[in-house]
Design a protein around this ligand. Structure first.
Ligand SMILES: O=C(CO)[C@@H](O)[C@H](O)[C@H](O)[C@H](O)COP(=O)(O)O
Length: 230
């Protein structure tokens, strides 16, 4: 298992930029992120394809189903999975979603079970065959709960067991820390052993930066000028 950064956006310019940094391992989208870039319904599949083309076949791209019944979610999921081999079908943690996850997993289609807020939800997602489980940190904090503690609980509970009989091709489940609001959330998620942090582009940039890095670079450049003029 390895720790990875996913980008939480549907914005192609952000994805291109982050992919060019050489450390991006995947992308997650959701209906809000797609609407934020002015996305249109009839362009949704083409847009997901564009993201897949930018990041390449080794980077999973989560595309969310907004269907509400098992059969509709399964139909949606099959269509989304047909866009590109690296598409992961994102499905909310709900009864119909669990049933659809089982059906899609049995067909070899990977699912990212999203909107997960508790350990029992995560265990059910795992048992239903989810490849990824996405506990939300920031939104749990928003209701005066402890998002990081909840993430820690999910990481430990899922890590206690072997779910390989339930997942597509016996692959290991990966926990995606979602609703990340700060670089510190990323730090804490990594210390807890979350496999992935999916972060908005602004947070990804903050993860690269540090004032001491800037100050150190400035003084190295100044001193190098002295070397050149010596
Ligand atoms: O579920 C996943 C990743 O699997 C994410 O795309 C997830 O939807 C987003 O992180 C959240 O919706 C972001 O929420 P917020 O922090 O902006 O309220």
């Amino acid at each position: 298992m390895n720790v990875k950064f996913f980008l939480d956006t549907a914005d192609l310019a952000e994805i291109e930029e982050a992919a060019s940094w050489g450390a991006l391992a995947g992308v997650t989208t959701n209906p809000t992120l797609y609407s934020r870039i002015g996305g249109k319904l009839d362009d949704f599949h083409a847009h997901i394809k564009r993201i897949c083309d930018i990041v390449g076949p080794d980077c999973p791209v989560s595309a969310e189903s907004v269907a509400m019944t098992r059969d509709e979610i399964v139909r949606d999921g099959r269509e989304l999975a047909a866009i590109a081999p690296n598409v992961v079908v994102k499905i909310p943690t709900m009864v119909e979603g669990l049933a659809a996850t089982r059906a899609l997993a049995d067909e070899g289609i990977p699912v990212n079970m999203t909107l997960c807020f508790t350990v029992p939800q995560a265990i059910l997602a795992a048992r239903a065959g989810a490849r990824y489980i996405s506990p939300f940190v920031g939104r749990f904090d928003d209701i005066s709960e402890d998002g990081l503690a909840q993430l820690d609980d999910v990481v430990r509970a899922i890590g206690n067991y072997d779910f390989s009989e339930d997942t597509v091709n016996g692959e290991q489940i990966e926990i995606i820390a979602a609703s990340i609001r700060s670089a510190n959330h990323v730090t804490q998620a990594a210390l807890m052993g979350a496999d992935i942090a999916t972060v908005p582009f602004g947070i990804l940039k903050k993860c690269v930066q540090h004032p001491l890095t800037d100050r150190g670079l400035e003084s190295f450049l100044k001193d190098w000028e002295k070397v050149q003029n010596a």
